[in-house]
Ligand binder design. Structure first.
Ligand SMILES: NC(=O)C1=CN([C@@H]2O[C@H](COP(=O)(O)OP(=O)(O)OC[C@H]3O[C@@H](n4cnc5c(N)ncnc54)[C@H](O)[C@@H]3O)[C@@H](O)[C@H]2O)C=CC1
Ligand SMILES: O=C(O)[C@H]1O[C@H](OP(=O)(O)OP(=O)(O)OC[C@H]2O[C@@H](n3ccc(=O)[nH]c3=O)[C@H](O)[C@@H]2O)[C@H](O)[C@@H](O)[C@@H]1O
Length: 437
């Protein structure tokens, strides 16, 4: 089937390449000419494991093209909308400018029977509004909302073999047609047994923000327990293991530390609160304010820990920061807790030397005032404290003796509970972590 993908960022670029893998013919469209040029050359414009290979294979089939001109979508039956929905500058709400612009730009190129499929994360009510716009402008064209649940770092696998599909479709006969078309798009995964939930627009939109709110709540729950551990001398990692053995709770997403960041969880819970407020249901999700506040306190606590091990002030102190991306296996620094902590320490006068396997370019663009170095050795040489803020595997595996030979003072702050404290203490380090004695 010929289809288009509008918006080729972390979501859209992966979606476009994966749809070719499933046998479809895809044109990817983006307003960012540099991104389109890179993708056309087979270069992933961001770091995502497996994407470069997949892109090369997809381009080699001749069934994947990219363009900055939306007219290139002509002949496609299905149009995936994958543009950004960031937080507005002046409020908690989502900025729908890009989604609205993408759908408006598509309208002149739609024909009878065409389907617009929203994948971006949007406030409940958006799909209904856009569906009316599409149906009014193009008789016979319809809209579905098919939220995406992929994780950065596992985006290819999550797209090809998702846990489930959710289709938000219009009522009646046109809904059945939409369902059949989406089943054709995802035929391979459906044949492998991936569950699919077919529902109305509002439920589909809410499923997405409910899932991200649940994940954020789980992380803030364990980080709230970490705060209790800090005042009682208990160990949050053992607590998480112990409660996680209960299958009803589950161990995943109970890693206490610096908390959640990225281009999705933070802005999605805020947009959810804003939308609930507009609907007069703010009480229903008012707990998310607490989830957000707990998350913010972890970053502040990390800065306090650095102050503590530095004798009350970091002014002039040399600090090595290992990791600046919002999580490992990504180059994404959007709302990164690690980068936030590094920047705050610099404001307090610390000399912050930062290293990261993939995120340096993005971090430098946001915080040029930090000192970026290529290797761990360069970062830690002479340092008064080493902060592990993103748990890349190569940082988890560091040898405390080898690192110890380079630093000025053997003090390590483990912002992700990723190191084995005993190993570092035995090597003569002061080891401090969030939620651990
Ligand atoms: N990043 C992720 O892991 C996931 C993201 N999402 C959702 O997907 C959406 C996109 O997120 P990302 O890919 O991370 O954002 P992104 O910022 O990486 O990509 C968005 C792309 O859309 C392009 N764009 C903006 N306006 C356009 C227009 N009118 N026409 C064509 N292209 C346009 C931008 O140039 C950019 O390349 C958001 O709603 C996000 O919440 C959902 C699941 C996973
Ligand atoms: O809507 C989205 O864009 C996506 O948001 C998240 O995916 P992602 O942002 O890629 O990353 P996660 O793996 O969820 O991690 C989010 C943040 O939580 C933190 N985290 C995660 C797990 C944990 O136990 N503790 C913890 O602090 C991570 O370090 C990271 O900063 C969801 O997991 C995806 O299902 C969703 O599709």
């Amino acid at each position: 089937m010929r289809m288009s993908v509008i918006g080729c960022g972390y979501l859209g670029a992966v979606h476009a390449a994966c749809m070719v893998t499933l046998g479809h013919e895809v044109v990817g469209v983006d307003v960012d000419a540099r991104k389109i040029e890179a993708l056309s050359r087979g270069e992933a414009p961001f770091f995502e494991p497996e994407l470069a290979d997949l892109l090369a294979q997809a381009l080699a089939t001749g069934r994947l093209t990219f363009s900055t001109d939306v007219a290139a979508v002509s002949g496609a039956r299905v149009h995936f909308v994958c543009v950004g929905t960031p937080q507005k500058r002046d409020s908690l709400a989502a900025d729908l400018t890009y989604v609205d612009a993408a759908v408006t730009a598509l309208l002149p190129h739609l024909g009878d029977g065409d389907l617009v499929v929203g994948k971006s994360t949007v406030p409940v009510g958006t799909a209904g509004r856009l569906a009316a716009q599409v149906e009014d402008a193009v008789p016979g064209a319809t809209l579905a909302w098919n939220p995406e649940f992929l994780r950065e770092g596992y985006a290819v696998k999550d797209t090809l073999t998702p846990d489930r599909f959710v289709y938000g479709v219009p009522a009646g006969e046109s809904g059945a047609r939409v369902q059949a078309l989406l089943d054709e798009v995802y035929a391979t995964a459906l044949a492998a047994g991936t569950p699919r939930i077919v529902t109305d627009y509002a439920t589909a939109e809410l499923v997405k923000v409910a899932a991200n709110s649940f994940l954020a709540t789980k992380i803030s729950f364990i980080n709230a327990m970490a705060e209790l551990c800090e005042v009682t001398g208990a160990d949050v990692t053992q607590l998480a293991d112990a409660i996680g053995h209960d299958e009803r709770i589950g161990r995943r997403f109970l890693n206490a530390g610096l908390g959640f960041g990225g281009g999705c969880l933070p802005k999605d819970i805020r947009a959810f609160m804003a939308r609930a407020g507009e609907l007069g249901a703010d009480q229903a999700v008012s707990f998310l304010h607490e989830v957000d506040a707990i998350n913010a306190r972890r970053r502040a606590r990390m800065v306090d820990l650095a102050l503590e091990v530095s004798g009350g002030s970091v002014d002039g102190v040399s600090i090595a920061v290992l990791g600046v991306t919002f999580k490992p296996n990504s180059d994404d620094v959007r709302d990164s807790p690690a980068l936030d902590v590094a920047a705050r320490l610099a404001v307090l006068g610390a000399h912050v030397r930062v290293t990261d396997p993939e995120g340096m370019e993005n971090a430098r663009a946001r915080h040029p005032e930090l000192d970026y170095v290529q290797t761990v050795d360069e970062a830690v040489t002479g340092a008064d404290a080493v902060l592990l803020l993103t748990e890349w595997k190569q940082y988890r595996d560091l040898d405390p003796e080898q690192v110890g030979a380079l630093v000025g003072t053997r003090a390590v702050l483990d912002g992700r509970n990723a190191l084995v404290p005993e190993a570092w203490r035995e090597a003569g380090w002061t080891y401090r972590a969030l939620g651990r004695p």
